[in-house]
Design a protein around this ligand. Structure first.
Ligand SMILES: *[C@@H]1O[C@H](CO)[C@@H](O)[C@H](O)[C@H]1NC(C)=O
Ligand SMILES: *[C@@H]1O[C@H](CO)[C@@H](O)[C@H](O)[C@H]1NC(C)=O
Ligand SMILES: *[C@@H]1O[C@H](CO)[C@@H](O)[C@H](O)[C@H]1NC(C)=O
Length: 347
């Protein structure tokens, strides 16, 4: 009842309420925000900030997790209660809103929380705040529990029970790796089975050297997640893949690139299709094509005596001649250039 009065005064004067709170009711606290919307267990009444928000002479009162709600203060919760292995008593005059009741377990029995008694409150929805209070025989309740595991630095612990047999799980934040066991079990003597693990920061080892390329980096023993290292290829080599690698959260570098060699064309006395043109091989600068480029060689079709192209791709210094390609002799090339296969009519 003191609480109801207080709340009325609260809405009149914040300053006064502060003074009264200290004097009249050291337990009174500002009403919590509504944290609960309707659930299976409890119904929240219309939210309000003052009595005038409420219809039908209801009052704006603090109703537990429902926060300030329009409550009909005279309506009562069910009373008396009959709870096996317990005696219940009303701590207020009437079993109406905000009244408290105590359920005390008989000797040899305990509440679900392991206590001898529990206190419950009559809510605005006319239900007691403990829906189904009960008392269990002590022998059936695990009375031993393990100490609170506390916090895991750079990680978190899941699992809420600490009683015998309870299992908790440890997890690390991204960029950290679990060192130790990832779960723990509460033993019958009230101790945790394993030492708690640690979350250790993950580092990448020095990045890989690549053939025919350079690392553009300060040499270190280890690199932190997110660090980036660039690669360059030696002159004449083509970078195949990303030009940089990143140290990932799992301690691995992202995909390492390759430096690919150019390919010498293993033929001389023909024309080939290269870069969209039909060119003499001797006219290709240095006789080299880049990694990934294609060259088409001409083969002879018999008995029609016509030519058809076969494509080959340069891969890291290796350009393979098609098996049907015939290298013209020096004489054919010099004396009868029109009879070289690449120069006869196309099929
Ligand atoms: C608890 O029990 C475990 C396993 O039975 C045992 O290894 C451990 O030493 C015990 N701890 C204490 C404090 O008795
Ligand atoms: C990191 O790379 C190694 C070697 O390539 C591989 O075996 C391992 O599975 C990778 N680690 C992760 C977490 O992907
Ligand atoms: C070049 O490619 C051919 C055919 O794909 C293969 O048999 C050969 O081993 C390769 N040579 C080199 C040096 O990679």
């Amino acid at each position: 009842m003191a609480r109801q009065h207080l709340l009325v005064i609260l809405s009149l004067s914040a300053w006064w309420s502060g003074a009264l709170l200290a004097v009249e009711d050291s337990e009174a606290q500002p009403c919590p925000e509504r944290v609960l919307t309707d659930s299976r267990e409890r119904l929240c009444l219309k939210a309000c900030t003052q009595d005038s928000d409420c219809p039908n002479r209801r009052k704006c009162l603090c109703d537990g997790e429902c926060g300030l709600s329009c409550v009909a203060p005279g309506r009562t919760c069910h009373w008396p209660l009959s709870i096996p292995h317990a005696t219940s008593s009303l701590l207020s005059k009437f079993p109406s809103f905000s009244a408290q009741a105590e359920v005390r377990c008989n000797p040899g029995f305990k509440t679900a929380e392991g206590g001898a008694q529990l206190i419950m409150r009559c809510q605005g929805d006319r239900k007691w705040s403990v829906l189904e209070p009960y008392c269990l025989a002590e022998a059936t309740i695990p009375s031993i529990s393990c100490p609170n595991p506390g916090r895991l630095e750079h990680g978190y612990i899941s699992g809420s029970l600490l009683t015998v047999g309870a299992v908790i799980q440890y997890s690390c934040n991204p960029g950290y790796q679990l060192e130790g066991t990832s779960e723990n079990v509460c033993l019958e003597n009230g101790t945790w089975k394993w030492e708690p693990p640690q979350c250790l920061q993950v580092y990448c080892p020095p990045p890989l050297e690549i053939s025919q390329g350079y690392l553009v980096a300060v040499q270190k023993r280890q690199y932190e997640a997110g660090e980036v290292i660039y690669y360059l290829c030696k002159k004449g080599f083509l970078l195949d893949g990303p030009n940089r690698v990143t140290c990932q959260l799992n301690g691995n570098w992202s995909q390492t690139p390759f430096c690919r060699a150019r390919c010498p064309i293993p033929a001389y006395r023909s024309r080939v299709l290269y870069g969209g043109q039909k060119v003499w091989i001797v006219d290709i600068p240095e006789g080299l094509v880049s990694h990934g480029e294609t060259v088409s060689f001409f083969c002879r079709k018999k008995p029609e005596e016509c030519s058809y192209p076969i494509q080959s791709e340069c891969f890291d210094g290796n350009l393979t001649l098609p098996s049907c390609y015939e290298e013209p002799t020096w004489l054919q090339y010099k004396l009868f250039p029109k009879r070289v296969v690449s120069e006869i009519p196309a099929c």
